[in-house]
Design a protein around this ligand. Structure first.
Ligand code: SF4
Length: 498
């Protein structure tokens, strides 16, 4: 099949756009069909001119029996990734590999010591790393004066915008956004992706109202005892910092880390100041003429499950006794346990942010948790959150029922799976049933969405921002409660003291 051609004869091949697998495949196919060896080809990118003035490979003679063999899927995947690299030799490198595969070396990719394979693998690795960085470090900023329109500025090392854009379209389907890079821009209008020429950094908003919130959050979660500057720089190279709102804090946090660690060492272990009365509770009042305050006082002495013992105090619901909306979480966290108020920690701050953006006054809501004591595990000086077990939820249910019976809110919003199953029963599936209304037996309208702590647990900014939008959009539906559809959802399980 292989018919050697004189080395002196050179041909040119153009790939446009040069990162497109389709374009490269089409060009490589033309060369293979004409049996043109790798050494005879000048690969041209985009509108580049051939220095050697080589004629196009389409002018080379094509044998009548020419055909192109199939190639392994692994090779196509490798080629698609490598093509995004800016290395000029990648087009020739991939054709050399293709040529070898077509001429009897079908398993060349399985030899990691092969020089061509080694080089192609290194290029693909660099592209994958750049892709990861773009997913992690793109920061959208709201366009001033345009609701739900965002622009981000990013400077990738390689031609990865088309490769990464579908990821952002999936993550941020419901908003209009654009990502500007020096070489290319991409725009999503909620329906389709459109690519255009590169942009400038000054075309993207410098900052928006969210910056300070993320800075506050980042400063709160920054643990100086776990600081590893080398790893941090490896994972978050300094050149990305100027696009990251939290990066402005890093020099100060790093500078003060040693002092803060020393201070943590010197500080005596924090002993919770027990506020639980020693007198056991006389019993749980499920309903009746008693006020919310009376119920709160009774709950302070509850011993219905073991969670009371290591906790600082009961964290009862808070808000107006005639609130129209009750928001229910899982259980108090470390901050709430210490201060005695629900939704006072980082998750509560995120809830506050969403409420502020939706124009809801937190003071009008009744905020509570399915479980009233902090379930945790102590590791040294740190208290780690533990999810409450169903027996805890069951034991604590009378307090929740008492709150519902006294506040009688027309709408109850459950944040997270624990709260949702406490209200709707164990058959409730948050993934399946979140974001829609359920009418309970007594006519109360129930609604479930994710817990803000889940939003904060997302591992990078992109995922956090997407999760936050989901959370906020769900809450927005609660605001439009007047549009609740008629009909009955799952019945509220019987409420009784336990
Ligand atoms: S968690 Fe609930 S049931 Fe358990 S002790 Fe505390 S208030 Fe009582």
């Amino acid at each position: 099949m292989h018919r050697p051609q004189p080395d002196a004869q050179r041909w040119s091949l153009r790939v446009d756009p040069p990162w497109s697998l389709e374009a490269w495949r089409e060009a490589a196919r033309e060369a293979l069909l004409r049996d043109v060896a790798p050494a005879q080809l000048d690969w041209l990118e985009g509108g580049e001119a051939s220095l050697l003035d080589a004629p196009g490979v389409q002018q080379a003679p094509r044998p009548a029996d020419a055909s192109v063999p199939s190639v392994p899927r692994d090779f196509l995947e490798l080629a698609a990734t490598c093509l995004c690299h800016r290395e000029p030799q990648r087009l020739a490198l991939l054709y050399r590999l293709l040529w070898r595969i077509a001429h009897g070396e079908r398993s060349v990719l399985s030899n990691p010591a092969d020089a061509d394979v080694l080089r192609a693998t290194a290029l693909a690795h660099a592209v994958r790393r750049d892709t990861h960085k773009m997913k992690a470090f793109v920061r959208f900023r709201e366009v001033p004066g345009q609701a739900d329109a965002f622009i981000a500025w990013f400077e990738p090392d390689h031609n990865i915008v088309e490769r990464v854009a579908p990821f952002f379209a999936r993550r941020f389907t419901g908003m209009r956004w654009a990502i500007l890079t020096p070489g290319c821009s991409v725009h999503w209008d909620g329906q389709a992706l459109a690519f255009g020429p590169g942009g400038r950094r000054e075309d993207a908003p410098a900052e928006d109202a969210r910056e300070s919130l993320w800075q506050t959050y980042y400063a709160n979660i920054f643990n100086p005892a776990r600081l590893n500057t080398r790893m941090m720089l490896q994972e978050m190279p300094a050149r990305y910092w100027r696009n990251l709102p939290e990066a402005q804090l890093l020099p100060g946090l790093v500078r003060d880390a040693a002092d803060r660690v020393q201070e943590m060492h010197d500080r005596p272990a924090q002993a919770p100041q027990r506020k639980i009365p020693q007198r056991p509770a006389a019993g749980v009042v499920e309903d009746g003429p008693g006020s919310l305050e009376a119920l709160r006082r009774q709950a302070a002495g509850c011993r219905q499950c073991p969670l009371w013992e290591p906790a600082t105090q009961v964290v009862f619901g808070q808000g107006p006794a005639n609130a129209r909306v009750m928001v229910m979480g899982e259980q108090p966290g470390d901050t709430e346990d210490l201060c005695g108020r629900p939704f006072a920690g980082p998750a509560g701050q995120l809830l506050d942010r969403a409420l502020a953006e939706l124009g809801i006054d937190r003071a009008t809501l009744y905020l509570t948790n399915a479980v009233k004591h902090f379930h945790h595990e102590r590791r040294g000086k740190v208290r780690l959150h533990k999810r409450p077990e169903s027996r805890h939820v069951h034991a604590c249910r009378p307090w929740l029922v008492g709150e519902i019976a006294r506040v009688r809110p027309p709408v109850i919003v459950c944040l997270g799976a624990t709260a949702a199953t406490a209200l709707f029963g164990s058959g409730f599936n948050l993934l399946r049933d979140r974001g829609r209304w359920h009418v309970l037996e007594d006519g109360t309208r129930g609604y479930a969405t994710v817990h803000p702590a889940w939003v904060l647990r997302q591992k990078d900014e992109t995922r956090r921002e997407e999760a936050y939008r989901l959370f906020r959009d769900d809450l927005r539906q609660v605001l439009a409660a007047d549009s609740v559809p008629a009909g009955h959802g799952p019945a509220l399980p019987p409420i009784s003291g336990g």
